[in-house]
Design a protein around this ligand. Sequence first.
Ligand code: SF4
Length: 331
Amino acid sequence: MTSDSETEGWRSWHDASEPIRLGVSSCLLGELVRFDGGHQRDRFVTDVLGPWVEWVPVCPEVEVGMPTPRPTIHIEEDERGEQLVAPSTGENFTEAMTAYSKRRVGELEAEGLDGYVLKKNSPSCGLSRISVYKNGKRAHRGGVGLFAASLIANSPLLPIEEEGRLNDPGLRESFIEQILCRNRWRLAVKRGLTRKRLLDFHTAHKLILFSHNESASRRLGRLLGEMSKTPDEALFARYELDFHMCLRSKMTRKRHTNVLQHAMGHLKQFLDSKAKQEILTTIEDFRQGLLPLIVPLTLLKFNMNQYSVDYLRGQLYFDPHPKELMLRNHC
Ligand code: SF4
């Protein structure tokens, strides 16, 4: 069967000197920073993802100077807009948190992050669906934590997720794929981009991009096809933006099926009708939800290595992230 050494997987694009660096709400790592003096350790974050990444823990409430334990705070809407307040004491942290967040997200940007995992339901860290109060009563759940809002505004291309959403296998795979892609992009920039290197980068990511958004992926292809019209700096900036945006589109069973069929097109000249039928049946079973993605992928990988199909062997799609994370066993 296929081994990692036979394909140009994620490891061949990874450099230990540029680890996958993720910002994280400190309480998710088990740090005792919550308002009640406790933590919210998340086992996926610490035990599964932890061994593969370097964490940059941040607790905005502690870093802004709040004690632990502390009175609970929430977002209150009044004539000034959204305010971060402690209802039991009347303290207002809006100004301090806004100034702190602006400074801190700038520092984090300079550290070079590949993504961020935020704690859900927090008026500071929560990414969405945060309770907003009016006159002491909950008015709606459409708020965003103050620190999270600053992070999104300052780093619009940064992959950001809440720990709760990472329980969904599809969102989990999508997030991890995005952070690895971003890490490779950062590494490519650090090593110095040239047009040739950009083309190599794009070629290796073609099927990954295709699995997220076929039309956005074709737009990227066209951008590179007409690259002589664009000055270097503008080309690299445009590619970076479109690359990250394409990866934001959700991978679906249908999109994966299209990629698998596309890969099959590069293999069929080497296969007899029985082998072809076996792969096509497996792809169809995957399309119908009868098999996980790992099954047709393994079959395709075996054959592309067997027949040395270099275009497919160079595609990160077949080994985009550590297999130990078992992301493709569930979708
Ligand atoms: S949710 Fe954010 S602010 Fe609250 S304890 Fe965790 S890291 Fe600190």
